[in-house]
Ligand binder design. Structure first.
Ligand SMILES: [Fe+2]
Length: 380
């Protein structure tokens, strides 16, 4: 049977004209046992479309690890590393991850208590929510009325020592159903987005770049981002913006000498734009909460343009009409190009709403490639 693809179902909030390339549902193939030829086709589709959905999939942790690894055969350990060290304990990610003992590269994430799951007798899971991370929160009354927020827009990556994973696979096993929620941006714009309960929301990094005005494209193409050492420990005392798109400027980040031991050579300095290995398009790929410094190259000779620059360059691309909130069903497998999209956890569950997902991504064997000389000439 040939591989068949159809566009992802977009919510009414989405501007379909901005999603022509983004996201495909794939049918006619079993992602757990692809032939090498089928894998090649899937790999191309993923880099072209950013996210692929397979429905009604049976997938063991071993198969999920093998599928994820196929995108980068030299990769081996989980995207944040497999060793639980001092830095993992102090990290804001610590409570969110439970490792599958047989396949430590695959994590159990979700909400509520899960019993006898793939060798884990009992796992207490907590769906991360904005209430513990943002500077302000949706009031409890408003929460009861169904309002919520994006948690934290991000790329799945340690952003220290390890290279950002190429692909993340997310497999929905238990998916509690419940009333839809309304994401409030609370940034003075009045923006809101209706989403399914517990959605994972995606935006396309290409769109994030493409919709920038020329003066910000010029900055973007010349910029590199220096991430903090142990960024998830560094950001732990700080509070996020109401959009989940960075941290408030309150100076609460941990000082560099309070952090677990770190080395200058392991700090990640990555281009702000990452080049798609298949389409060669540029994706705006910044994990805003971990940014320590923005390093901007001077303009090339002959170019005159200058302009303001800020990480709010990312805000236009999370406008409600540009967000794809996935409506999870049990046995959904979503593959996403982690170097081409940004995503966030959304919403909140009650303790009784049990959700179990398997997530896998692998620290890549290389760093992402930035704009080449031609790109700089074109956009600077
Ligand atoms: Fe993630």
């Amino acid at each position: 049977m040939a591989i068949e693809i159809t566009p992802l179902p977009l919510p009414p909030s989405a501007d379909a004209s901005k999603f022509t390339d983004f996201g495909r549902e794939v049918k006619g193939v079993n992602p757990g046992s692809l032939t090498p030829e089928q894998f090649k086709e899937i790999e191309q589709l993923l880099y072209k479309h950013g996210a692929l959905l397979f429905r009604n999939v049976d997938l063991s942790p071993e198969q999920q690890y093998a599928l994820t690894k196929a995108f980068d055969p030299a990769s081996e350990s989980y995207g944040h590393g497999n060793n639980k060290t001092e830095s993992t304990k102090k990290s804001i990610l610590h409570p969110d991850l439970k490792t599958i003992p047989r396949v430590p590269q695959v994590q159990l994430i979700g909400n509520g208590t899960v019993y006898n799951h793939e060798g884990l007798a009992e796992a207490v899971l907590k769906h991360p929510s904005h209430t513990t991370f943002h500077k302000t929160r949706v009031s409890e009354e408003d929460e009861a009325r169904g309002f919520t927020r994006f948690y934290r827009w991000h790329i799945d990556a340690a952003l220290y020592d390890l290279s950002p994973p190429k692909v993340t696979t997310l497999y929905g096993i238990d998916v509690p159903q419940g009333p839809r929620q309304r994401v409030r941006y609370d940034d003075g714009t009045g923006d809101e987005l209706e989403v399914p309960l517990g959605t994972t929301a995606f935006v396309d990094g290409r769109t994030m770049f493409n919709i920038l005005p020329p003066e910000l494209k010029s900055v973007a193409v010349r910029s590199k981002v220096k991430y903090a050492p142990h960024p998830y420990v560094w950001m732990a005392p700080a509070h996020a913006l109401s959009t989940g798109l960075g941290i408030e400027s309150e100076g609460l980040e941990m000082s560099l000498d309070e952090l677990p031991p770190w080395e200058e050579s392991k700090i990640k300095v990555l281009p702000l734009l990452w080049k798609n290995p298949v389409t060669k398009q540029l994706h705006f790929q910044v994990h805003p909460c971990g940014v320590y410094e923005l390093l901007i190259d001077p303009l090339p000779e002959g170019a005159k343009r200058e302009g303001p620059y800020t990480l709010m360059m990312q805000r236009p691309a999370i406008a409600p009409k540009l967000v794809y909130p996935h409506d999870w069903r049990e046995k959904d497998l979503v593959l996403f190009h982690n170097r081409g999209v940004l995503h966030t956890v959304v919403g909140a569950f009650t303790k009784e709403q049990v959700r179990a997902f398997h997530q896998c991504n692998l620290a890549a064997s290389d760093d992402p490639v930035g704009p080449d000389a031609e790109d700089v000439k074109k956009w600077a």
